[in-house]
Design a protein around this ligand. Structure first.
Ligand SMILES: [Zn+2]
Ligand SMILES: [Zn+2]
Length: 253
């Protein structure tokens, strides 16, 4: 093991698309390096998946969100509710994502739980929202996070995220259509989690297996795993030749 690196483990909390195709949980990845714990993406099923897979919500150090679609950040109100009633936060929790994340999260929380009692202000004080900007690199605790704006929906800024943690590099594509920039952004990474919503028809705002298979040789990555998989991909899974994520899967990077 190279100097300065240690084991980084990724637990796949949710590998389905927005429709929870084939009963898969929506987006969520738990990344652990030594005692440092990151939740990347918080789909509506994230809290359920965390508890099912033994992740302790109050132990998180950082939450990363790629974009403000419900299947990627809609689980944050449940996490806040958890901190309000079930698992008191004993340390600050950073929540980083695109502009508007803080406002949208609290608006969603207030919509879902308008008359919530308890010391919400105490929870609010522990949460540190951080706004990410495109093509920037920021140090968040023990993780260096680099962003790439990817082509998804015109009005919703979406980031691919490159994490450097404990000497390892992990890239998550976010939700995206094809862009050549993904090739450079992922070059030399240990693990590339790439969205693959469709099997054949990418519709421009997501990627398809057919397209990724044709581009696979372009990616200089140690391991590539397809995630955010939709019904069409799962219906054709026996024909998929690139590694496919599954809920509950654990990968040591
Ligand atoms: Zn999505
Ligand atoms: Zn999306």
């Amino acid at each position: 093991m190279p100097k300065g690196s240690s084991r980084v483990r990724v637990t796949f909390l949710g590998t389905g698309d927005a429709f929870a195709s084939h009963g898969r949980f929506q987006s969520g990845y738990f990344i652990q390096a030594d005692a440092y714990q990151v939740l990347m993406e918080a789909g509506p099923t994230a809290l359920c998946a965390m508890k099912r897979m033994g992740v302790v919500p109050a132990d998180l150090d950082l939450v990363l969100i790629s974009h403000l679609h419900g299947d990627h950040f809609g689980g944050l109100p449940f996490l806040i509710l958890e901190y309000l009633w079930e698992s008191e936060l004993h340390k600050p929790l950073k929540i980083a994502g695109p502009p508007g994340l803080e406002k949208r999260t609290w608006r969603l929380f207030k919509t879902m739980f308008p008359f919530s009692s308890g010391d919400l202000e105490a929870v609010r004080r522990k949460l540190q929202f951080i706004q990410l900007a495109p093509s920037r690199k920021v140090q968040l605790g023990r993780v260096s996070v680099e962003t790439l704006r990817v082509p998804h929906m015109k009005h919703d800024l979406c980031f691919a995220l490159k994490l450097k943690i404990a000497g390892k590099k992990i890239v998550f594509s976010g939700d995206t259509g094809w862009t050549d920039e993904l090739v450079g952004f992922t070059a030399g990474t240990d693990l590339f989690l790439c969205e693959c919503t469709y099997y054949e028809n990418p519709l421009g705002v997501h990627l398809s297996y057919a397209l990724l298979q044709s581009k696979r040789q372009c990616f200089d990555v140690k391991r590539m795993i397809l995630t955010h998989v939709g019904r069409e991909v799962l219906d054709n899974r026996s024909r998929v030749k690139i590694e496919l994520a599954a809920d509950g899967m654990k990968v040591d990077v």
